[in-house]
Design a binder for this molecule. Structure first.
Ligand SMILES: Cc1cc2nc3c(=O)[nH]c(=O)nc-3n(C[C@H](O)[C@H](O)[C@H](O)COP(=O)(O)OP(=O)(O)OC[C@H]3O[C@@H](n4cnc5c(N)ncnc54)[C@H](O)[C@@H]3O)c2cc1C
Length: 382
């Protein structure tokens, strides 16, 4: 049989690949788009974001996917508590799966592994090879990405049923008024209904190893400390995400590699929080509106990713301050200091849109950590 030929192939149906399918099928219904994803589309995730993370012209892409929304959130630190008015949203991966399956006919979703790929051909583990006018690789990051110097953000989350009510009205995006021995540690809570709350124990760490059972015990202890009687544990998710302190973009994505990348595989995530939804939405909009959907896509996508990398210099500096200028029990002070700043600045930071003035304000004043170690972290190569 001659190889099947398609207009465009997307490898990996995670957040970035799924959003790319939705944006592309809407803007270009004439195209024959194929998605290659061996497991569930979107995997097992909750993706949260602030409404200001998404530009107005991209809002229609994510709006139908949102499962939970709140008009504000809270943060808690040992010496500072604050309520913020920024709206907060959560998407469940099942919603992305449904939307992608509604956008693409079943024969355009291939449950297979791409074993290797180029800008125009995709061999699958079944032995079949697909040919395409354009290929986009959104297969996620490897466990040890080359060219990046990382710390790690590790977490485990569970949806708890509390029949007597948990009493939360809005998310607590960071509750860092918890033990900080393995800092920076915080608990993240999303009230899904008066009796259901998603609770995630998160900590920044020098190593990527994760012991989910340990974090599950911490969630149980946190629930008990809140006085919650938990009768059921539903959804569970866990993850180990890179916090990028420095790196070399040319090693991460060599200029000789012409296969177009998107999502975290292209480095399109926030260096400090590791969140990728704002970038995945922007990338999907760019792909549908402005990108060349042919073999030249690799060069255009690399150029876009390189500009994102350059914009991330300041966030990588903050990541170094967190990991290198402060001992684990003191790391929370950097975030406590950050959360005393004006709310619009905080919104721009999470959206990856900090201005020069924002950066000056974030670093202004007496550092909440060792001045000598902060200065050394600032001098390091980005
Ligand atoms: C549990 C968890 C929660 C997170 N929460 C948030 C959040 O709230 N907000 C936020 O902005 N970010 C969050 N992140 C970070 C980031 O947004 C996610 O990691 C996001 O899913 C990355 O999207 P992606 O599509 O680039 O990669 P992935 O979601 O990792 O998708 C890669 C896809 O490629 C597929 N694949 C792999 N190999 C092959 C192959 N050979 N052939 C074909 N397909 C293949 C995989 O099966 C997978 O579906 C979270 C991460 C995790 C792990």
């Amino acid at each position: 049989m001659p190889p099947a030929h398609h207009d465009f192939i997307i490898l990996g149906g995670g957040l970035a690949g799924g959003l790319a399918v939705l944006a592309l099928t809407k803007a270009r219904p004439d195209l024959d788009v194929v998605l290659v994803e061996p497991t569930a589309i979107g995997g097992n995730h909750l993706w949260s974001f602030f409404d200001s993370d998404v530009a107005p012209n991209d809002a229609a892409l994510v709006e139908p996917l949102i499962g939970h929304r709140w008009a504000g959130y809270e943060v808690r630190f040992p010496a500072h508590r604050r309520r913020l008015s920024q709206h907060y949203r959560t998407i469940e991966s099942e919603r992305l799966d449904q939307a992608v399956r509604a956008a693409l006919p079943p024969d355009r979703i291939l449950a297979a592994h791409a074993v290797d790929a180029s800008a125009s051909s995709v061999p699958l583990d079944s032995g079949e090879t697909l040919l395409a006018g354009g290929v986009l690789d959104t297969r996620g990051l490897s466990a040890a990405p080359t060219g990046l110097s990382c710390g790690w953000q590790k977490f485990c989350g569970q949806t708890l049923t509390v029949p007597a009510g948990h009493g939360l009205e809005r998310p607590i995006v960071m509750d860092a008024a918890v033990d900080q021995t393995e800092g920076y540690r915080f608990v993240y809570s999303l009230p899904f209904s008066p009796t259901e709350v998603f609770v995630e124990d998160t900590y920044y760490s020098n190593t990527p190893d994760l012991v989910p059972a340990l974090l599950a015990r911490r969630i149980a202890a946190y629930a008990e400390a809140q006085g919650w009687q938990v009768t059921d544990i539903a959804r569970q998710e866990s993850g180990v995400l890179p916090v990028v302190m420095a790196g070399d973009f040319d090693i991460f994505w060599p200029a000789s590699d012409h296969l177009a990348r998107g999502g975290v595989r292209a480095g399109l995530f926030h260096p400090l929080t590791s969140y990728s939804l704002p970038d995945a939405v922007r990338f999907a909009g760019w792909l549908a509106r402005d990108a060349p959907l042919d073999a030249s896509l690799g060069v255009a996508a690399r150029d876009l990713a390189q500009r994102h990398w350059q914009r991330g210099r300041f966030d990588r500096l903050l990541a170094r301050m967190l990991f290198r200028a402060a001992d684990p029990p003191q790391r929370y002070r950097i975030l406590e200091h950050f959360y005393r700043l004006p709310e619009p600045l905080i919104g721009r930071f999470y959206a990856g849109q900090s201005t020069l003035g924002d950066r000056v304000r974030i670093l202004a004043g007496k550092p909440p950590v060792s001045i000598r170690r902060a200065a050394a972290a600032m001098m390091e190569k980005m």
